[in-house]
Design a protein around this ligand. Structure first.
Ligand code: ZN
Ligand code: ZN
Length: 249
């Protein structure tokens, strides 16, 4: 008793809360019998993204075919990244989890997200480096932490690939992209990023990490800067992906 009380006393407050409170489903808040998992109802609502899918952006394709097949959007306007993958469509429980990461039990949630993301990441070569989409300092201060960086830290731990948390820098605060059209979003993020450590990414495969990919404008802006600074290949890994009308199953 005395030793466990002592152990609790030496843990940071957040960790104490994690020990004392029973694990809850990040999708709906119901109690579950272990950390890092959805309840059965939320699990049933997850929309997994997998083959057949666009070789580039990863959206579901209607027919099983050539593994190199690309969707119409990627054929018409090839993205700045080589490949983007996400284990789930954004919505329902995945939306709740992403919101919970911003406000809640961060370590557990980031670990759970990273595990799902690595399942769809494919083989990461030895020279791969993990780079989170940076928050602007102002937003970092407001929220207190960068959710992309906390997921990236867990991805690095689980994959054994190095984390370069400061390789990219946000050089201008971009207002929230909510409700903007695709074109407006692209303009919004153009010039928002700068490669702060070109020597660390030169010739490497860079895995750009974020919580959600919406239009892809943000990660494409990052990819463009990374390529211009000599990255060999740029892959995007997010936990969830917002699907447009007609995308996905
Ligand atoms: Zn649930
Ligand atoms: Zn595509």
């Amino acid at each position: 008793m005395a030793t466990s009380a002592l152990r609790l006393a030496t843990l940071p407050l957040r960790a104490v809360i994690d020990v004392v409170l029973p694990p809850r489903c990040p999708g709906c808040g119901e109690m579950v019998d272990g950390d890092d998992r959805f309840c059965a109802a939320c699990f049933g609502q997850l929309q997994g993204l997998g083959p057949p899918q666009c070789a580039c952006c990863g959206v579901t394709l209607p027919h099983d075919g050539d593994a190199a097949a690309r969707c119409g959007a990627c054929l018409a306007d090839p993205p700045a990244f080589d490949r983007a993958r996400a284990p789930f469509a954004y919505g329902g429980p995945t939306r709740q989890l992403v919101l919970a990461l911003k406000h809640g039990r961060r370590l557990h949630l980031a670990r759970m997200m990273a595990r799902a993301m690595l399942r769809v990441a494919g083989d990461l070569p030895d020279d791969a480096v993990i780079v989170p989409v940076p928050s602007h300092r102002w937003r970092l201060w407001q929220r207190g932490f960068n959710q992309a960086a906390s997921i990236a830290r867990q991805l690095s731990r689980q994959s054994g690939r190095p984390l370069l948390v400061d390789a990219l820098e946000r050089v201008k605060p971009t207002p929230s992209t909510k409700g903007l059209t695709r074109k407006a979003r692209l303009q919004n993020v153009a010039g928002a990023f700068r490669v702060a450590r070109p020597e660390a990414i030169k010739g490497r495969l860079v895995v750009v990490v974020d919580d959600v990919m919406t239009t892809g404008a943000t990660v494409a802006a990052c990819a463009r800067r990374l390529r211009a600074s000599g990255a060999r290949q740029v892959e995007v890994l997010t936990y969830a992906r917002a699907l447009r009308e007609g995308q996905g199953a």
